[in-house]
Design a binder for this molecule. Structure first.
Ligand code: AQP
Length: 331
């Protein structure tokens, strides 16, 4: 008997160049588990405008990111890929959910606090309401699992609360989603400051992040400059964030366990560690960069994939939105 696969949904913002944190914390897991689930992946451009964006750049970055996701290994035969703003039910359902979400819950969100601190001159209501749009993204597809980095755990907990509240007050329609967070790579830190997560919006700092499109010499240079410490011991010690971060990145690519990695580096210096991490990252990203440079030239193919993805997503989203709207008494 064939059992139906559980559905996963996840998204990524086209706010800048996709970096190693996005890849190891989220996208690599989407790719690696495509056979285990029914997959829906989305470039969440409506989330991107919660912080002011240049319209022309946003549009370009949106298509670039779609090409990059395919280059990373998202297979259109196994996964639906689409752009959020092309399925209007995301923003429509977000409104319904906004009307049942307490202000207090939204004000506890750490991402809102962090992002408003980073952009003190542009704290708009959209940024505050961002988690409701994210809940709508997930709940529209009745996804069971949401593969994300650790930073998104709090938003998924909110989506769970919202689903349960709606189901209790208006009738059972939403699946209560669960986060899928990897043991390794769920929180890749900035190379320049390993106490802060690697982030697209800090990419103005030259040695902060590694973009998936970075050339080998750039990757080597950035890793050589990564902040470590003066202890000189290479071990998975969370207290020593710089070395821990480099070892975690290494582990994600070489797929060995922690004990054998520590043995490999026993008695060696940070110079060797950095060289080997750089080599692993360069070789791990090489096929992605090469595939991306081909795909970005094939705009017709890209648009065809996205059109099919939109149609698949739209069919599910409109059915769920209709159910939710009717339950709330909207005509
Ligand atoms: N440093 C990270 N380590 C592991 N996973 C990460 N993710 C983000 N940063 C890291 C995961 O990547 C997915 C897509 O993230 P996003 O595009 O929605 O944006 P974000 O979480 O806000 O990530 P950024 O790159 O830091 O963007 P900005 O600078 O705009 O805030 C998510 O699953 C996320 O968990």
């Amino acid at each position: 008997m064939q059992t139906q696969k559980a559905r996963v949904f996840s998204g990524i913002q086209p706010t800048g160049n996709i970096h190693l944190g996005n890849y190891l914390g989220a996208v690599k897991n989407w790719v690696d588990r495509q056979d285990s689930y029914e997959n829906i992946f989305c470039v969440v451009n409506s989330h991107a405008i919660t912080i002011p964006q240049d319209p022309k750049t946003l549009k370009e970055k949106t298509y670039d990111l779609c090409a990059m996701l395919l280059a990373c290994g998202i297979d259109p035969k196994k996964s639906t890929l689409f752009i959020q703003s092309q399925v209007q039910e995301h923003t429509s359902l977000a409104w319904l959910l906004t009307c049942i979400t307490p202000m207090g819950d939204l004000s506890r969100m750490t991402q809102f606090k962090d992002k408003s601190q980073k952009n003190p001159k542009s704290i708009f209501a959209g940024l505050f309401n961002y988690p409701n749009l994210m809940s709508a993204d997930i709940l529209l597809y009745k996804a069971k699992f949401v593969p994300v980095g650790e930073d998104q755990k709090q938003h998924i907990e909110l989506a769970r609360d919202t689903a349960m509240r709606f189901n209790r007050d208006y009738g059972e329609i939403f699946v209560v989603p669960e986060p899928l967070i990897m043991q390794e790579g769920a929180r890749i830190m900035g190379l320049d400051d390993p106490t802060k997560k690697m982030s697209k919006s800090s990419s103005d700092k030259p040695n902060h992040s590694i973009a998936l499109i970075d050339e080998p010499d750039v990757i080597l240079k950035k890793i050589k400059k990564a902040t470590t410490d003066s202890e000189g011991i290479i071990a998975f010690d969370k207290e020593r964030a710089g070395v821990f971060n480099l070892l975690t990145i290494y582990q994600c690519f070489c797929k060995q366990d922690k004990v054998s990695i520590e043995a490999e580096f026993s008695g060696k210096g940070y110079g060797i560690l950095k060289e080997r991490v750089a080599e692993a990252v360069i070789e791990g990203l090489r096929p992605i960069r090469e595939m991306y440079s081909k795909l970005i030239m094939e705009q017709d193919y890209l648009h065809k994939i996205l059109e099919e993805g939109t149609q698949n997503a739209q069919a599910i989203a409109s059915a769920t939105y209709k159910e939710a709207k009717e339950k709330m008494g909207l005509i």
